[in-house]
Design a protein around this ligand. Structure first.
Ligand SMILES: CC(C)(COP(=O)(O)OP(=O)(O)OC[C@H]1O[C@@H](n2cnc3c(N)ncnc32)[C@H](O)[C@@H]1OP(=O)(O)O)[C@@H](O)C(=O)NCCC(=O)NCCS
Length: 182
C-alpha cells in the first residue's frame, strides 16, 4: 500500500549491513548536500560502520520491511549542553518522495525525548539549497530558526545552512520525572 508506514522500523546497523549501507552512502544524489566521502569498497563501509556507527549513542538503520534503506541519528552535545542533540538522516534515492523520511523523523522525535529525559531541544542543520530536507523538518513539526552563514564545508567550500529545532513537550517531561511516560 502506497501510504502504509507500519513497515518502517529502526534497528542497530551492524557489519553485515555493509552492502545496504553502501547503497545510500555511495549514491551520488544523496551526496549532493552531504559532506562525507563516498565509500569505494565494502571494506571501507564496514570500517566506517565499526568505527563510527556502532559506537554512536543513537544511530540506526531506517528499515522498510526489515531492509535497511537509510539511516537516522541523534547526536547529543557534550558537557553542560547535553540538553540538546542534533538530528541527521539519509535515505537511498530509490526511496525518496514517499514520505518515508518525514515518518521516520516524526517517529524518532516522538521517542527520543522519552528515551533521553534530559533532552530539551532537538536540532537539525540543513543546506539552504536542500529544500526536500527542510520540507521534511517542517512537516515533522520543527521550527525554522534562521540561516547560519558559511556554517559547514561542502567540497572544500563553506556553505550557508538553515537551523531547525523541536522542543520537548513540558507535560511529557513532567510525567517522565514522576516515573510515568503518559
Ligand atoms: C532529504 C531526504 C531525507 C528526504 O527524504 P524523503 O523520504 O524523500 O522525504 P519525504 O518524502 O518525507 O518529504 C520530502 C518533501 O520534500 C519535498 N521536496 C523534495 N524535493 C524538493 C525540492 N527540490 N524543492 C521543494 N520541495 C522538495 C517533497 O515534495 C516532500 O514534500 P511534500 O510531502 O509536501 O510534497 C532525502 O532526499 C535524502 O536522503 N537526501 C540526501 C541526504 C540528505 O539531504 N539528508 C538530510 C541532511 S540534513
Amino acid at each position: 500500500m502506497e501510504n502504509d508506514y507500519s513497515n518502517i522500523t529502526f534497528r542497530q546497523l551492524d557489519l553485515s549491513d555493509a552492502d545496504d549501507f553502501m547503497e545510500w552512502y555511495s549514491d551520488e544524489k544523496v551526496r549532493e548536500f552531504c559532506s562525507w566521502d563516498t565509500f569505494t569498497s565494502k571494506q571501507a563501509a564496514m570500517q566506517y560502520v565499526a568505527d563510527k556507527v556502532i559506537p554512536h549513542p543513537w544511530h540506526k538503520a531506517i528499515c522498510l520491511k526489515n531492509k535497511p534503506i537509510g539511516s537516522i541519528s541523534v547526536t547529543p552535545f557534550s558537557g553542560n549542553e547535553i540538553f540538546r542533540a542534533e538530528l541527521g538522516y539519509v535515505l537511498g534515492s530509490n526511496y525518496w518522495g514517499k514520505g518515508i523520511a518525514t515518518t521516520a523523523v516524526k517517529m524518532v522525535a516522538a521517542s527520543v525525548f522519552v528515551e533521553w529525559p534530559h533532552l530539551e531541544r532537538l536540532e537539525a542543520v540543513v543546506a539552504v539549497e536542500n529544500m526536500g530536507s527542510q520540507r521534511v523538518l517542517e512537516k515533522a513539526g520543527f521550527t525554522r530558526e534562521g540561516v547560519l552563514r558559511k556554517y559547514y564545508l561542502l567540497k572544500g567550500k563553506p556553505k550557508d545552512a538553515v537551523i531547525f529545532s523541536l522542543f520537548v513537550k513540558y507535560e511529557r517531561k513532567y510525567m517522565w520525572r514522576n516515573n510515568s511516560l503518559y
